[in-house]
Design a protein around this ligand. Sequence first.
Ligand SMILES: Nc1ncnc2c1ncn2[C@@H]1O[C@H](COP(=O)(O)OP(=O)(O)OP(=O)(O)O)[C@@H](O)[C@H]1O
Ligand SMILES: Cc1ncc(COP(=O)(O)O)c(N)n1
Length: 263
Amino acid sequence: MQKVLTIAGTDPSGGAGAQADLKTFMAHKVYGMSVITALVAQNTCGVRDIMNVTPAFLKEQFDCVFEDIFPDAVKIGMVSQPELIEVIVEKLKQYQPKNIVVDPVMVSTSGDRLLAQKALTMLQKELLPLAQIITPNIPEAEVLCEFSIESKDDMVKAAQKIATNYHGYILIKGGHFEDCADDLLYHDGEEIWLPCVKIQNPNTHGTGCTLSSAIASNLALGYDMVSSVKNAKAYITGALKDGMDLGKGSGPLNHCWNLMNKA
Ligand SMILES: Nc1ncnc2c1ncn2[C@@H]1O[C@H](COP(=O)(O)OP(=O)(O)OP(=O)(O)O)[C@@H](O)[C@H]1O
Ligand SMILES: Cc1ncc(COP(=O)(O)O)c(N)n1
């Protein structure tokens, strides 16, 4: 049985964060585990409050997992405080898991800040270099490359710029564009486009969490990086096409979409 760990914040309404990650792991038939960075009071309408765990408690959770059930892949999502990023960096260096996926979560779909400004440098300089792949959306890629991204050409330029500081795979997600949802996978000067027509579904809460967890699941299952990203893109596209509609805001995804028999 392959084991995958998420290091993330929570979503009590089940659409994003650790809850979305664990559902994604289950759908990929891998054993899911979670180290929680923050309790987040949120739902499909927005974030109401954040309670970060202490660095000492984060360390304990890490050791509980790694001393007992060593994961085949690790996905890191929301970590809002620099002291918590520091612990994650220290523990990843100590345990050296293979297959680290970092989703550099900065702002939620609802527009709420999930990364403290003072944590940005630590994220960029210490955590991102440990990842085999990073998965910024357009606004996050703009922060990393320091210019605005308006087109697919700009996505390529952004990936090239980010690659000057970071040597793993870069997946820039195009879900924030109006007319298409083409993602760009970039590595070592090579561009691989993952094209997708824009699905007319306003319920996109947790798409980034789900995609990065699906990539981690595929890596744990032994797929190479390109296949893992392609498989994950197919998974998120299927979940979005399912069209489940829950909640009063941007709703969550149906992780059972490929298990349900549809007429
Ligand atoms: N309407 C859509 N139609 C098709 N694919 C989409 C749509 N919206 C998002 N995606 C896809 O979902 C994945 C996540 O992309 P997105 O740009 O939404 O990331 P994100 O902003 O980090 O997600 P989150 O909403 O969790 O913050 C990408 O593969 C993207 O192309
Ligand atoms: C704990 C946590 N992690 C990540 C997100 C981003 O997801 P989204 O942009 O879909 O709100 C979130 N809302 N909450």
